[in-house]
Design a protein around this ligand. Structure first.
Ligand SMILES: [Zn+2]
Length: 133
């Protein structure tokens, strides 16, 4: 890639992308028209094949926990939330995203593989909750 190559066209900015979480009450992502790979993070190119041809997709927000840690010393914007779980989620459509779960107060409250869903929220970050009764 040359340094003067034009960047691919973005259908929306990062701010618009994240604001869509609140407007749509859903997660947004991109699907590569070349290879079908789905990413849940704002991108100009497919992270797998590098193609600039991405289509917007609305994600169900359903997925499973692949990693987590319980935060007891949070950043400023989460001062009133600790303890909570910082989680890495594999979404059902594809794509991996980080988020947080206020209901998880100790490591015993969650397990790798647990089913979770996105919770639209006015609070910062991408919030998830456990599936089930
Ligand atoms: Zn691709």
């Amino acid at each position: 890639m040359s340094r003067t190559e034009e960047l691919p066209h973005a259908s929306h900015t990062i701010a618009e992308f994240v604001r869509g979480y609140e407007e749509d009450r859903a997660l947004r992502g991109f699907r590569s028209r070349k290879c079908g790979f789905v990413t849940a993070t704002w991108s100009l190119r497919c992270p797998r094949c590098g193609a600039p041809d991405l289509e917007d997709v609305r994600l169900s927000g359903q997925g499973k926990v692949v990693a987590y840690t319980v935060q007891t010393v949070p950043s400023d914007e989460f001062l009133n939330e600790a303890p909570y779980a910082y989680v890495v989620i594999d979404l059902d459509e594809g794509g991996r995203i980080t988020g947080w779960m206020p209901e998880v107060r100790t490591e015993k409250d969650l397990a790798i593989g647990d089913r979770v869903h996105f919770v639209p929220s006015y609070k910062p970050g991408v919030q998830f909750a456990k599936e089930g009764p």
